[in-house]
Each structure stands twice: as structure tokens, then as C-alpha cells.
Design a protein around this ligand. Structure first.
Ligand code: C2O
Ligand code: CU
Ligand code: CU
Length: 533
């Protein structure tokens, strides 16, 4: 399993829509001037002007089984979404050629999107649009999962600001395996503010979805081979893939790129860095652009999190190589009291990893300097939170063999009294990762990071606090958090309390909050909350 996979120029072009025969302009975001579609406006609390100039985009997504040549030799059985555009043209969708991942939506804020999900899987499924502010029936709650052979109709307007959002299955107890075997894609939103910045676009705007998988000697994906341990800790694969390619390399030009990173792994955390020590320039997080670019020596990315980098290769000489790596860090997961690893993976969390080789080619487009100011983010203030003195607290703990939130696990329709919030209100939420009693006897120290995710909203991280005895390990990763912008997923480290400010501003309804370690989620580390009016 050591053959190198090139993400070739041809693939990039294909990715950009060229391979199919000259859809270059569309991939550059030039929208056709098109028919108005005055859709029924849902309840907006924040002022929002729908854009009647944007065409309806309507697409069929069929989730089904397929095989792909990922390695030489036998093809790999995978799951994937196949897109077929019904209205709006191919302008709003890109495919990642040769990959199980995708498609990639490229839509505009204000756009009306219709998706018909056809389930050709052997199990129920449903799509969740991760990060989108969307009515509850469109959000992909597990209760809406459709049986094999059935379909689900999505119809919504994109109200989020520009950003790198994504989508993946969300059926009860099957999210982990369905994502693992290949179902996930990006949902990229652009808006006018962003377009005015002149950030790298077209072939210079490139997604990098990082995942880990384990393959057997027949090139087939293996999931949860270590049974209970994998379930408790989370699945960790021994092969890193970027955009579905193992041992990935990317040909780039000597120019500036916008790299959209998604940690699409089930449970692995990355500590990303340029191998040569060059700092990373971050321009966006989960919910879009930061106010200003910032630099980091390394970036910590938990499952579900996104980060956008601005990377200038124009000073690199043709033929040289850059490498994106994951630096080593202290592994918390599943340490026994007194040390010793329980994880069955040969590649535990914290192992040093090669992520992607970038091969610098000829000179590309002239580099437009990165604007010093990218956006304006209105900071929410804690003294404006309705519960500023009594944060809504969520204790993350291990009980028996499962992870719980306030001693509860997921129940399809249940919402506890303390899980009801009011539309329009700004609240202070806090996630406390101070462990539980382990397996009852204190024999096991199940200190684990939990990437906590909320549906239906974007929040701001207010503060983090870590218990003293966790400090040294914590500092291994904490320098790589980017908490400055809008977030929908936040990594809560062992011993840590993370406080966020969240306004429930768009829709009423029942939404989820959960750990985005997909094995934890499937095992019940997820709850409903309800936004009431
Ligand atoms: Cu990406 Cu409910 O999750
Ligand atoms: Cu989500
Ligand atoms: Cu978790």
C-alpha cells in the first residue's frame, strides 16, 4: 500500500470542471444571469435579503455503492454520492475525479438550492448540511432518515455567509460507517464581501479533505476492527488520505493558493504544519473568513473542523517540494492509568504523519497580496447573554463503556427541560470535559478530546480553561486553535472547559448537538435541543 497517488494537473482541471469539456468559467464562479426564483421566505430573525438574481440550483444526489481504483490491484468498494444536475447548470457543482468524496457544491449566499437524495444504500440514510443555518426539516435529523430505495427532498435557501461548509450522512448509529466508506462532500458558499477581496480563485482555490482509513491486503476498507476499543476511543486508520487519495501529492504552480482544509476523519486529530517550519497563514474557520489573516506555527484540527489557508508558493523554485505534515503530540486517548496504549491502531492519535506533498511547478497567476482586513465579525458580548451568570453546562463524561452528555445519551425525540432555548436569544454554553468515573473502578483513564458540534448555528468561542494537571499535554495542541472567527465545532480537550456564545437567531425547531468523533456520536454522545419562539 505504498504506491503514491498523484492528484495530477489533469485531475485538478477535471476537478475544476475542465475535463468535462470547457466549463472553466463556471468553475470560476461566474454565474449566468438567470431567472428569478422568489421562494417562500422562511422565518428570518436577522435581516436578510434574498437574491432574486440567483438561479435555482437543483440536483439529484444518489447515495450508492461503487468500486474505485484507489490502489493498484483490486478496486476498493466504497460508498459515494453521484450528482446529476436538474436545474442551474453545472456551474454550482464540481466533482473530485477518481475520488469517493464529493461532489462539491459552489453556491452563493442567497441561492435557492434543491436536492433530492436517493437512497441506494443497503441501510437508511439522510444528509446533514454541516454548518448551514437551515430549517429543521432540512437539517438531516436521524428521524428523517429514509429507507433503502426511498428519497428525501431538500429545499432551502443558503443564508450563511461565505465559508467552507460540508455535508455527510446522519442516520441513527450509522453516521460513522457511512462517512467512513466514502459519503461526504463540501458545500462552499461565496458572497459579495468575499468576492471583493480578490482571493485566489479557480484552480488556485483548492479543497483538501483529510481522512484516515485502514485497508486490508485486498485493498478493502476495514472499519472498527478493534471492536469495543475502537468504539470507545474512536476509529483511527493507519493510512492518511487527502481528497480520497493515499500518499497524496499535488502539483501546484508558483503562485498563491487558497486551501480549504476539512478534517473529515471519524476521530483523528491533526496538528498540521509546513514541514519546513514556515508559518501557516489562516484566513477562515468553520463559519467563514476571519477579520484578519493570522499566522500559526501549527494548526489543531478536530474532526468536523475547517480552516482555510492562504499559501504563497510564488517564491519557491520550480521543481521544489513542500510538505504538509501532522506533528507529533501527546496522545490522550485511552491511556491506562500508569500509561500504556489501548488503541488498536498502529497509528495512534499524535503519531507524526505525512499529509500531502506539494510539487511546485512553473510560474502561475500573479500573486495579489493578501488583504490585511478580510471581514467584519461582530463580537457577541458575554454580558449580553441572557444566562451570563449561569452558563448552560454540558458535562462530557464516560459512563460504563459510553460517553455521555450530562449523564444522558441520544434519544430520537427526547428533549430535556434544560435543552430548550428561545429564538433570538444569545446564550452562554459551556462544555466541561472533566471525565467520569471511567469503568467504575477508576482503572481506566478515559481522558478523551471531544469535538463538540452544534447544528443550526455558528457560535463564537469565548474562553477556554484547563485544569492544572492537564496543562502540559494541553499545551501540545492549544497553540493551534483558531477561535477568532465563527465556529460550529470546537475541540474540547481533556481537563478543559470551553465556553461559547451562541445566538439562536434563524429558525425554531429541534436540532442536534453532539460530539463529532463519529464513533462517540453513533454510540450516543448526542442530544437534541429545541429552539422555541
Ligand atoms: Cu457534521 Cu451532526 O454533524
Ligand atoms: Cu452539523
Ligand atoms: Cu467524543
Amino acid at each position: 500500500m505504498t504506491n503514491s497517488t498523484q492528484i495530477s494537473r489533469r485531475d485538478i482541471l477535471k476537478l475544476m470542471g475542465l475535463g468535462a469539456g470547457g466549463l472553466f468559467l463556471s468553475a470560476c464562479g461566474l454565474l449566468p444571469s438567470a431567472s428569478a426564483d422568489p421562494t417562500a421566505a422562511p422565518v428570518f430573525l436577522t435581516p436578510f435579503t434574498p437574491s432574486p438574481d440567483l438561479p435555482l440550483f437543483s440536483v439529484d444526489l444518489t447515495a450508492g455503492r461503487a468500486t474505485l481504483p484507489i490502489f493498484s490491484g483490486r478496486e476498493t468498494s466504497i460508498l459515494r454520492y453521484q450528482a446529476s444536475v436538474k436545474e442551474g447548470g453545472g456551474d454550482f457543482i464540481q466533482t473530485l475525479s477518481g475520488s469517493y468524496l464529493g461532489p462539491i457544491f459552489r453556491v452563493k449566499q442567497g441561492q435557492h438550492v434543491q436536492v433530492r437524495l436517493n437512497n441506494e444504500l443497503p441501510d437508511p440514510t439522510i444528509i446533514h448540511w454541516h454548518g448551514l443555518k437551515i430549517p429543521e426539516e432540512m437539517d438531516g435529523h436521524p428521524r428523517d432518515a429514509v429507507a433503502p430505495g426511498a428519497s428525501y427532498e431538500y429545499d432551502f435557501q443558503v443564508i450563511n455567509r461565505s465559508g467552507t461548509y460540508w455535508f455527510h450522512p446522519h442516520p441513527h448509529q450509522l453516521t460513522g460507517p457511512q462517512v467512513y466508506y466514502g459519503l461526504a462532500g463540501l458545500f462552499i458558499v461565496s458572497d459579495e464581501e468575499e468576492s471583493a477581496l480578490g482571493l485566489p480563485s479557480c484552480e488556485y482555490d483548492f479543497p483538501l479533505v483529510i481522512q484516515d482509513r485502514t485497508f486490508d491486503s485486498q485493498n478493502q476498507m476495514v472499519y472498527l476492527a478493534n471492536g469495543m476499543m475502537d468504539q470507545m476511543i474512536g476509529f483511527l486508520g493507519d493510512t492518511i488520505l487527502v481528497n480520497g487519495a493515499p500518499n497524496a501529492a499535488l502539483d501546484v504552480k508558483a503562485s498563491a493558493y487558497r486551501l480549504r482544509l476539512l478534517n473529515g476523519s471519524n476521530s483523528r486529530i491533526y496538528k498540521l504544519a509546513w514541514q519546513d517550519g514556515m508559518h501557516l497563514t489562516v484566513i477562515a474557520t468553520d463559519g467563514g473568513l476571519l477579520e484578519e489573516p493570522l499566522t500559526r506555527e501549527y494548526l489543531t484540527m478536530g474532526p468536523g473542523e475547517r480552516v482555510e489557508l492562504w499559501a504563497d508558493f510564488s517564491k519557491q523554485s520550480a521543481g521544489s517540494e513542500m510538505k504538509l505534515v501532522s506533528l507529533p503530540f501527546t496522545d490522550f486517548s485511552g491511556g491506562m492509568m500508569g500509561g500504556g496504549m489501548m488503541s488498536g491502531s498502529s497509528l495512534p492519535n499524535g503519531a507524526p504523519l505525512d499529509i500531502l506533498r506539494l510539487k511546485i511547478g512553473e510560474k502561475g497567476a500573479n500573486v495579489i497580496p493578501l488583504p490585511p482586513r478580510l471581514s467584519t465579525i461582530e463580537r457577541n458580548r458575554v454580558d449580553e447573554a441572557v444566562n451570563r451568570n449561569t452558563p448552560r453546562s454540558f458535562a462530557l463524561a464516560m459512563q460504563g463503556m459510553i460517553h455521555t452528555i450530562n449523564d444522558r445519551v441520544f434519544e430520537m425525540d427526547s428533549i430535556a427541560r434544560d435543552e430548550i432555548v428561545q429564538l433570538g436569544e444569545l446564550e452562554l454554553w459551556e462544555f466541561l470535559n472533566h471525565g467520569g468515573s471511567g469503568m467504575g473502578m477508576g482503572m481506566m483513564n478515559m481522558d478523551m478530546p471531544h469535538p463538540m458540534h452544534m447544528h443550526g448555528v455558528q457560535f463564537q468561542v469565548l474562553e477556554r480553561q484547563v485544569a492544572r494537571r492537564y496543562e502540559s499535554a494541553y499545551q501540545d495542541l492549544s497553540g493551534g486553535f483558531v477561535d477568532d472567527g465563527w465556529k460550529d465545532t470546537v475541540l474540547v480537550m481533556p481537563g478543559e472547559t470551553v465556553r461559547v456564545l451562541v445566538r439562536f437567531e434563524n429558525y425554531t425547531g429541534m436540532y442536534l448537538y453532539h460530539c463529532h468523533n463519529l464513533e462517540h456520536e453513533d454510540a450516543g454522545m448526542m442530544r437534541n435541543y429545541k429552539i422555541e419562539n
